[in-house]
Design a binder for this molecule. Structure first.
Ligand code: HEM
Length: 482
């Protein structure tokens, strides 16, 4: 009796302790929220994660913005996340004080593998140097004889045949091969074993970023790191890419820099010669990470947009025939003669919105964001999807409508809310390469082939599925030579 009585007291005391701990934490959260933008009430331990179903979804964030305004706070556990929503908040938030919001929030997993190097997941001085190098190098490559466009055109000759085929892989292969050509100076034959290892590794790593495995890793990185699980596969995928990049850098160093640098590594090494000898080692180390970043950021994104684009077409082909006749390969400059085709490509990017909620930023210093004081280190999510679907900026935001980019006379018009590459100091580094690839691949493919659904298939499913980026459901398509 006595024992069960004291047991009861212990469990009651324990419950009382937990309840008062939760109440204390709840009050602490309320206190911490006082100076932050408004938002849904957070619970102790989980914050708003339950409401969000552990996931940031463009449309759910847009709904929250209707209640709390275009800048609001969500809590991931104990961490506040500031969400920017709609064109004005995202554009002003990222560009009014661009330097102050130019940090990158980095998950534990990417901290472990990227070690603060490269471009996407680096911060501070390293990021500034690497980004400057990256931008300069891509610019040099674009201007050279073997410019970006040359590589894209050369890559275009892919084997599409009349029988139904899912174009997902051929597109991913071609776009990745453009990165190989740009970075290493050569493309791989399609059956090359190394090429397939690189592709597999890029895909594994990319898929991991949006998986449950990544979220679990973040909860207890020090423990999970040592357990078996999907993160092990992702870690070794990173090693495959990083080791290959290092091998190529060594090959370039042994060969020496040619008089006329040919590829990203060459140009990078030329730039590197200008820095002090003591910094050389760190630059080379960063280069390997930057190369992996280019694969991660530059292959899946462009290939997915092209994958979406083949789902749509016909009118484009009429314009291509009318304007170009049967002349040689279409080049980037030709977009000016083809306003409809250009508008369709823009609308595909807007409508398919492959990176729904942009990459997280972090305040690089204390700042005032749209009237709210934010401390250095606060995470910001610019909801890019809410800009591309902003009802105040687009006539029919939830309908595919190339008219968004055409005036009444059919001329192409740029739209200020077209921000699929984001804005501010960390705007996508590969924007020009991506735009060139999208235009050249898309227009030349549509000129060479008519795309048809396989016999018996009547419907196209344009609901997206989340697989790193927002992708179409796998589909088969017949490419009939025209
Ligand atoms: C359709 C294709 C693409 C889309 C929609 C896209 C979109 C984006 C977005 C939204 C960001 C985040 C910017 C921010 O922090 O606010 C980004 C960053 C980045 N992108 Fe792209 N991208 C594409 C293709 C490419 C290509 C082809 C490359 C390179 C060859 C590339 C390289 C990068 C890099 C290195 C960053 C990190 C920039 C930094 O942190 O400073 N991207 N991209």
């Amino acid at each position: 009796m006595v024992a069960s009585g004291s047991m009861l007291t212990i469990s009651q005391a324990l419950i009382a302790l937990i309840v008062s701990f939760l109440i204390m934490q709840f009050l602490k959260l309320r206190q911490a929220s006082r100076h932050l933008p408004p938002g849904p009430i957070p619970l102790p331990v989980v914050g708003n994660l339950l409401q969000l179903h552990f996931h940031l979804h463009r449309d759910f964030l847009m709904k929250l913005a209707k209640i709390h305004g275009d800048i609001f706070t969500l809590w991931f556990g104990w961490t506040p996340i500031i969400v920017l929503n709609g064109f004005h908040a995202v554009k002003d938030g990222l560009t009014a004080h661009p330097e102050e919001v130019s940090g990158r929030a980095v998950s534990m997993f990417f901290r472990v593998i990227e070690k603060g190097k490269g471009i996407i997941f680096s911060n501070g001085r390293t990021w500034k140097q690497q980004r400057r190098f990256g931008v300069m190098t891509l610019r040099h490559l674009g201007m050279g004889k073997k410019g970006l466009e040359y590589w894209v055109q050369e890559e275009l000759i892919i084997a599409l045949v009349e029988k139904p085929l899912d174009p997902c892989l051929p597109l991913f292969h071609s776009v990745s091969n453009v990165i190989c050509a740009v970075v290493f100076g050569y493309r791989f034959p399609s059956e090359d074993k190394n090429f397939h290892r690189l592709l597999k590794a890029t895909e594994t790593l990319f898929r991991f970023t949006e998986s449950l495995g990544h979220h679990l890793y973040e909860l207890a990185p020090h423990i999970i790191h040592h357990l078996p699980g999907p993160h092990k596969k992702a870690l070794s995928a990173y090693d495959v890419l990083n080791s290959f990049a290092k091998m190529e850098i060594t090959r370039h160093l042994e060969r020496g820099i040619p008089d006329k640098p040919q590829d990203f590594i060459d140009f990078y090494l030329v730039e590197m010669e200008k820095v002090s000898d003591s910094a050389t080692c760190s630059y080379i180390n960063n280069l390997a990470h930057t190369i992996v970043d280019l694969f991660l950021a530059g292959s899946e994104t462009t290939a997915t947009t092209l994958y979406w684009s083949l789902l749509y077409m016909v009118k484009v082909q009429q314009e291509l025939d009318a304007v170009l006749g049967s002349s040689q390969l279409i080049c980037y400059e030709d977009r000016k003669k083809m306003p409809y085709t250009n508008a369709v490509i823009h609308e595909i990017q807007r409508f398919s919105n492959i990176i729904p909620v942009g990459l997280p930023r972090v305040c690089a210093k204390n700042t005032m964001l749209l009237g709210f004081p934010l401390a250095k280190g606060t995470t910001i999510f610019p909801n890019i999807g809410s800009v591309l679907y902003d009802p105040e900026q687009w006539e029919t935001p939830r309908q595919f409508n190339p008219g968004h980019f055409l005036d009444k006379d059919g001329n192409f018009v740029n739209q200020k809310a077209f921000l699929p590459f984001s804005a501010g100091h960390r705007v996508c580094l590969g924007e020009l390469l991506a735009r060139t690839e999208l235009f050249i691949f898309f227009s030349n493919l549509l000129r060479a082939f008519t795309f048809r659904l396989p016999e018996g298939v009547k419907q196209v499913n344009i609901e997206p599925i989340l697989a790193g980026t927002w992708q179409p459901h796998p589909y088969g398509i017949c490419a009939v030579p025209r």
